[in-house]
Write a protein that binds this ligand. Structure first.
Ligand code: ZN
Length: 432
């Protein structure tokens, strides 16, 4: 049998965070066929790579982002969350056009591939443009068209979201879909229920912001006497495969709403930067289905799931005053759990799983010495230690550079940033 790629003598860091040296990884038709320590002389491959100085791990998942927002990275700093969104970001964001969104999404896909992200869950408008960027780059995406229940165009927007999903669903194995109600505070109960019912009809899941700020929790309690988690539960949302963005202010009573198919994507860098408090994540963390999400680049400035998990662990140790908690294996588990939320059969170093892999080079003075590759990756490494990235058996990053035209993506981004700034802030339709 002739393989596509053989990674020879590689160190393997598996999904549970265990390291084993000197293994051979055999890849064919986008899948891992075998991982073994016995070398067979008759093996043939299109490409045999000496991986003796590399560590191979599953790729990363970014389970919550807004990819077109790469256009607005660094635009609003040192402001509180209300001003950040209503005064600084949304006035520009609400005037974005299709080309602007495509340029932002393309740049985001490039950035994520550099960080070793092989799949991401996106929550945004401009589905066609995000899908175009995803297909051109080869990264995997679970796309949720954002719908605002408070919008005067709610019915039309929901209809467009359904049409987008029906058009693209099952056309590309690297794409999956779910509906994206923005949040219970922007989707009144009857609209939230309608979105959930449509998702059930289409047999797709949901991706929604819940209890992101303390104010959202308080307002939900004073308006409805219920938490945002309870609002979603009453609409039937927990009966579906679910990505919860943030849930920072989850309450003890909310814990029992979580089901096996519920996942929470957390973005501690955003919470720190926008002074959103520490909520309850670190209190209930071992009862929560935590995964890493970066939020958009306008709030967290980088689309790096590893960085978010690093912040999560460090904050946990700091808040609890216990350095033995939030240990490395648990942090790695949070990074890897995102694969289970998506339907791509990725995230395990074993036969039959898709070959979505990161090849780490941990030989630089910046991260040496390496006593334990897991410690090096979690606490010292960054994208510059990611030598190669493979998605579905194909190289997306090779020898430190993307295999696609990154320069073109950068030029397009600059051109569209100028365009968005020229349009200015003006007046926005909605206030949050
Ligand atoms: Zn978000």
């Amino acid at each position: 049998m002739k393989y596509d790629v053989i990674l020879k003598n590689a160190g393997i860091l598996d999904e549970a965070g265990f390291f084993t040296p000197e293994k051979h990884v055999l890849i064919f038709a986008g899948k891992i066929m075998e991982i073994t320590d016995k070398w067979e002389e008759e093996w043939e491959a299109v490409e045999i790579i000496d991986a003796s100085d590399l560590v191979i791990s599953p790729g990363f998942v970014n389970l919550h982002t807004h990819s077109p927002m790469n256009l607005l990275r660094g635009l609003a700093e040192d402001v509180n969350i209300d001003d950040w969104f209503n005064k600084e970001i949304w006035p520009y964001e609400s005037k974005m056009n299709e080309e602007n969104a495509y340029a932002g999404a393309l740049a985001a896909c490039c950035e994520m591939l550099h960080h070793g992200v092989t799949a991401f869950a996106d929550h945004y408008m401009f589905g066609e443009q995000v899908i175009k960027a995803v297909q051109e780059t080869g990264i995997r995406c679970d796309f949720a068209p954002t719908v605002f229940g408070v919008s005067p165009n709610f019915n039309k927007d929901l209809e467009s979201a359904l049409q987008l999903i029906e058009k693209h669903q099952r056309t590309n194995p690297a794409l999956s879909f779910r509906l994206g109600p923005h949040a219970p505070y922007t989707c009144p109960p009857e609209t939230l229920k309608k979105i959930v019912d449509e998702a059930k009809g289409l047999e797709v899941g949901l991706h929604i912001h819940l209890s992101e700020t303390e104010q959202q929790l308080k307002e939900s309690l004073s308006t409805y006497g219920k938490t945002p988690f309870q609002m979603l539960s009453e609409a039937g949302g927990f009966e579906l495969p679910l990505i919860i963005a943030h849930g920072l202010w989850i309450t003890e009573k909310d814990l029992h709403f979580l089901e096996d198919q519920s996942y929470m994507a957390v973005s501690p860098k955003t919470y720190l930067k926008l002074a959103m408090g520490s909520g309850k994540l670190w209190q209930y963390w071992d009862q929560l289905p935590l995964t890493s999400g970066t939020d958009g680049a306008a709030s967290s400035n980088s689309l790096d799931p590893l960085e978010q998990v690093r912040y999560f662990g460090l904050m946990g140790k700091h808040i609890t005053g216990n350095a033995e908690k939030f240990n490395m294996k648990n942090l790695w588990k949070i990074l890897m759990r995102g694969h289970s939320a998506l339907p791509f059969e990725s995230g395990k170093m074993g036969p039959g799983y898709v070959a979505d892999l990161i090849c780490w080079n941990l030989n630089s003075v910046m991260v040496s010495p390496v006593y334990d590759p897991l410690a090096t990756i979690l606490y010292s490494a960054d994208h510059s230690n990611i030598e190669h990235v493979m998605v579905n058996g194909k190289w997306m990053k090779r020898d430190g550079s993307l295999t696609l035209d990154e320069g073109m993506a950068q030029l397009l981004l600059r051109k569209n940033v100028k365009d968005v700034m020229a349009k200015g802030k003006g007046k926005a339709q909605l206030t949050f």
